[in-house]
Design a protein around this ligand. Structure first.
Ligand SMILES: [Cu+2]
Length: 476
């Protein structure tokens, strides 16, 4: 994470065509200069320098959009445009997004703020922005064709409303939605409470990110937009592990993490080493009497969840989607299972004949993480991530919550790997071992003999081809 914010002044390139809304002429005299982000880094929280104070969030591998205060109105300028997003080091995707990145910048306002959003369309087709979860006048809801004309390429529309309800929201197009969301157009929105709120606790760290998914053939750069189930890249804020930054906190911090799902399937998000409670959704804060402890919470399509916990155990705690196919990166092949078959030396020869060919490890999948398989350009290994004890064998929707005693308040930098106190790491047993006592009945005596197959049948588990199913990696 860097503290450097790269701003590019894109002023002058904006043609202002104003929507037929009740926005004053004075306000329209000039637009706020769009702020463009060129880096995929997690930016430090943007401490508000105008308007009501609040405790800002940190957007994972993202940033918050600065605003201009204009006669008591917070003015933001979003630019919808093609972007090149680095999804992980060495892997770039040609996406659509806002202000230089996908997802777009997080918008942070305070309950009761009057907000004016200029949206400039630099895409090759029309768009609109829907402000998911907000209470607003119907004509500001951003559904093209239904509540407004769509924003044609080159045009700028204005949305204006009061952020009436504090909470966790998102924004995305409501025009050619399938294409534009598959291409990465989305962003986070947070409305902070204007005063102490009985159901919204103050926290030390407040993180947010969106769940998104792409189907990018290894060797290519642009997502396939027709894909409904067989995505091959499962990402947080358009980043895949090991490209997702860790969530770095101080021991004892109260931590809030806000997550929204704009993929086509649900994601059970799981935290190690701590229990959390779901304190709110995009519908608002959860009443305290309705909260219960969890270590995994499922986030359905189009839903948002905010979870809270006290980070009271030091360490590097895995934090990931619990669908195991979602913690792997792209495989562009119908990959046969080769468990039990020694293919050393063969793979390279086959690859000469069939450039796409890739075999699963003969001892399971774990050796894929270390295998020196020639990969096509612009893709990264399926499972990877060098940890302090070897390969983490993860990809996709995986990160870590790093809890440290000496992490300073307000410091979000990566503290490196956890140094475990002596005697607290699982270790290799070198003493003698007794044969495990197996149950005599193993093999099943409970089924009447008449119903049993004549011959003993043994099956081999075939994994993971994901044919036609959610979370599959093949099918190309
Ligand atoms: Cu998932």
């Amino acid at each position: 994470m860097t503290s450097r914010r790269d701003f590019f002044k894109g002023a002058g390139a904006v043609g202002a065509a104003v929507a037929a809304t009740a926005v004053s002429k004075v306000a329209m005299a000039a637009l706020p200069e769009p702020v463009i982000q060129t880096k995929p880094d997690t930016m430090p929280p943007l401490v508000p320098n105008s308007g009501r104070p609040y405790n800002p969030v940190v957007t994972l591998n993202g940033w918050t959009l600065p605003w201009r205060m204009n006669k008591g109105v917070k003015e933001f300028h979003l630019v919808a445009e093609p972007v090149v997003r680095e999804m992980a080091p060495g892997f770039k995707a040609h996406l659509w997004g806002y202000n230089g990145q996908s997802p777009g910048p997080t918008i942070e306002v305070v309950e009761g703020d009057r907000v004016r959003l200029f949206v400039t369309n630099r895409l090759p087709e029309h768009t609109s922005v829907h402000w998911h979860g907000q209470r607003l006048p119907n004509g500001m809801d951003g559904v093209s064709g239904l509540t407004q004309q769509s924003i044609q390429p080159g045009k700028t529309f204005v949305y204006e409303f009061v952020a009436r309800r504090p909470g966790t929201f998102m924004y995305h197009p409501h025009a050619d939605e399938m294409t534009q969301m598959a291409m990465g157009m989305m962003g986070f929105w947070i409305t902070h409470p204007k005063a102490k709120h009985p159901l919204i606790d103050e926290v030390n760290r407040d993180f947010c990110f969106l769940l998104n998914a792409y189907d990018i053939e290894p060797g290519s750069y642009t997502p396939k937009i027709m894909t409904m189930l067989n995505f091959n890249l499962w990402s947080w804020n358009s980043r895949i592990f090991p490209g997702i930054d860790s969530l770095n906190v101080r021991l004892g911090d109260k931590v809030r993490i806000r997550v929204g799902n704009l993929t086509m399937t649900n994601h059970p998000i799981h935290l190690h080493g701590h229990e959390f409670t779901v304190t709110g959704t995009d519908g608002g804060p959860v009443p305290k009497t309705a909260r219960w402890p969890e270590v995994t919470t499922d986030i359905a399509v189009g839903q948002m969840r905010q979870v809270e916990f006290v980070a009271d155990e030091e360490g590097d705690w895995a934090f990931h989607c619990h669908k195991s196919h979602h913690t792997m990166n792209a495989m562009g092949h119908d990959v046969p299972t080769m468990i039990g078959i020694d293919h050393r030396g063969v793979a390279k020869q086959i690859t000469n004949l069939i450039p796409d060919y890739m075999v699963m490890g003969e001892r399971g999948m774990a050796d894929m993480a270390e295998m020196e398989m020639p990969l096509p350009d612009n893709t990264i290994p399926m499972m990877t991530g060098a940890g302090p004890f070897g390969s983490v064998e993860m990809g996709g929707m995986f990160s870590m919550v790093k809890v440290r005693r000496d992490q300073k308040a307000g410091d979000y930098t990566d503290p490196g790997w956890y140094k475990h106190p002596e005697g607290t790491v699982a270790f290799d047993w070198t003493g003698s071992l007794a044969e495990p006592a197996r149950f005599k009945s193993e093999g099943g005596q409970s089924m009447p003999l008449a119903n049993k197959a004549q011959k003993e049948i043994e099956v081999q588990v075939r994994k993971p081809t994901g044919q036609g199913g959610q979370g599959g990696h093949s099918g190309h």
